[in-house]
Design a protein around this ligand. Structure first.
Ligand code: SAM
Length: 181
């Protein structure tokens, strides 16, 4: 988010065919809930255009990159790393420490699709569970980002949208951005 150290999300382990929507939803959730950047590994790069298209239409800033060397990306990351996993420490026990670290350093949040290599658990500064029950990378990411930003992400301002949603108690209202000012 603006005026804060960067938050990036690395999506590991995309399975072509099976994970198309899940990878897209990781990206859309990262963007909507305050991350600055999405990094798609290997085959996941095929979803890049969908997330960029939403950013073009509904605003940014939000960057999407791809890497075919995710382990190198992790090794080279200059900041702290959170790996979201059902086997990790409860988010409620570590969130304050992570927030404190993020005041001065960029944060990379790693989510998987299937089994994540042990190397990732070792490289992470924190392995974090959003509950220790199995669920989804989208749900884990959403809860984690909300805890990280303590709800500030809900009031985020968007730059250069083509269109904006005007909140309604009932029905739908979407307007070209310049008419909504
Ligand atoms: N055994 C996997 C694990 O380590 O969490 C479950 C695979 S799950 C289908 C895909 C991804 O969802 C995981 O790599 C993890 O990032 C995320 N995930 C699933 N359950 C989670 C939980 N309780 N807390 C945090 N992340 C979770």
């Amino acid at each position: 988010m603006q005026d804060e150290p960067a938050v990036a999300v690395l999506r590991l382990g995309h399975r072509p065919g099976r994970d198309e929507r899940m990878t897209t939803h990781v990206g859309l959730t990262a963007r909507a809930l305050g991350a600055d950047r999405l990094v798609l590994a290997n085959h996941g790069a095929s979803q890049r255009g969908t997330v960029e298209d939403i950013t073009d239409r509904f605003g940014g800033p939000f960057w999407v990159d791809a890497t075919d060397r995710p382990k190198r990306f992790l090794r080279d990351w200059d900041g702290r790393i959170v790996h979201l996993t059902m086997y990790g420490e409860p988010v409620q026990d570590v969130e304050a420490t992570i927030r404190e670290a993020h005041r001065s350093e960029p944060l990379l949040i790693v989510v998987g699709a299937e089994k994540v290599d042990f190397e990732v658990y070792e490289r992470a500064d924190w392995n974090v569970g959003v509950t220790n029950q199995p669920h989804s990378e989208v749900a884990g990411l959403a809860v984690f980002l909300d805890r990280l930003f303590e709800g500030r992400e809900l009031d985020r301002e968007w730059e250069d949208p083509e269109r904006v949603v005007i909140p309604q108690a009932e029905g739908k209202r979407v307007e070209p951005a310049d008419e909504s000012e």
